[in-house]
Write a protein that binds this ligand. Structure first.
Ligand code: MG
Ligand code: MG
Length: 307
């Protein structure tokens, strides 16, 4: 390795860790206000900006939900398979996660995992209705484990994990966009370039995701509304904390918009932008799991790229 490539590898790992921590922090921040309206959030908290727990799940401060724990389960399966995304391994990982009785679980995830138990087929049937954000919210370990691979291979890996529970064109388009944008940010590419290379083509191909115009408040679990809220928050703000505060104070599916915004903003702004008080408040077991899994996924991606 040349000194330049060593420095680059260190920067990539730091941004990958920041993306994973961002996912968990956005999840923990948003879970407090999940299903509240912006008006309810204002009257209870003013601006909600602390990892205080509570919410409808009665969380401890810094506790995360399915968005983070499903990602960690998926990442463990990818690592066990040497950096490849095997649908059957993903399905078993999610099924094992569900058997451990997570504190929350999406309806589409539950329904299609129960179908998988009966059929053994790790690909859910295509459905117009399965356009929830459940596959997109857990896409980060795929992005990190396939860093450096051809775009078509990244897209294929994204769909392989997504289709275990969500076999839907909107979900696929959003999940593929998120994985590729995170990879660009991890490589240090500027927002302008990611906008031109990833976002414009997404909006051309899938106009339902167009996000300019009316402020998206109360985003539902529909991936279209979730991603619109995330994109507005990312484009309206100029820092990691501001982006996550912006998106979670919109209420609705706030843990998931927080998680998705967190993975993008973490990769984009990097580790130094993450507030120390949030890192201290985050569940320490989750914090270490995110860091070590991010490192392991980037390492396995680098090994695969050399081989
Ligand atoms: Mg959740
Ligand atoms: Mg949610």
């Amino acid at each position: 390795m040349t000194p330049e490539s060593t420095v680059r590898a260190i920067e990539w790992v730091a941004r990958a860790e920041a993306a994973y921590l961002g996912l968990a922090l956005g999840d923990a921040l948003g879970a407090t206000v999940e299903f509240l309206t912006p008006r309810e959030i204002r009257s209870q908290y003013g601006v909600h900006r602390e990892l205080r727990g509570g919410g409808w799940l009665r969380l401890k401060p810094g506790q995360v939900t399915d968005d983070t724990t499903m990602s960690l389960a998926l990442g463990a399966a990818i690592l066990a398979d040497g950096g490849t995304v095997q649908p059957l391994s993903c399905a078993h990982a999610f099924d094992g996660w569900m058997r451990a009785k997570p504190i929350d679980i999406g309806n589409t995830v539950r329904r299609n995992l129960i179908t998988f138990r009966g059929s053994g087929d790790p690909c859910a049937p295509p459905s117009e209705n399965d356009a929830g954000n459940g596959a997109a919210m857990r896409v980060l370990p795929v992005a990190l484990g396939t860093l450096g691979r051809e775009e078509a291979a990244v897209r294929g890996a994204v769909r392989a994990q997504a289709h275990v529970t969500h076999n839907n064109a909107s979900s696929d388009a959003a999940s593929e966009f998120l994985a590729l944008a995170v990879q660009d940010f991890v490589r240090g590419e500027p927002l302008r370039q990611v906008y031109r290379r990833r976002l414009i083509p997404l909006l051309d191909a899938r106009p339902e995701f167009r996000y300019k115009g009316r402020r998206r408040e109360n985003p539902s679990g529909w991936i279209v509304e979730s991603l619109q809220a995330v994109l507005q928050a990312l484009m309206e703000t100029d820092g990691f904390e501001a982006c996550l505060v912006n998106v979670t104070n919109r209420g609705g599916d706030a843990d998931t918009t927080g998680a998705i915004a967190g993975m993008l903003a973490g990769a984009f702004y990097g580790a130094d932008a993450i507030p120390a008080r949030w890192l201290r408040a985050l569940d320490p077991t989750v914090r270490e799991a995110c860091r070590s899994q991010a490192r392991a996924l980037v390492a396995v991606a680098a090994t695969a790229a050399i081989a």
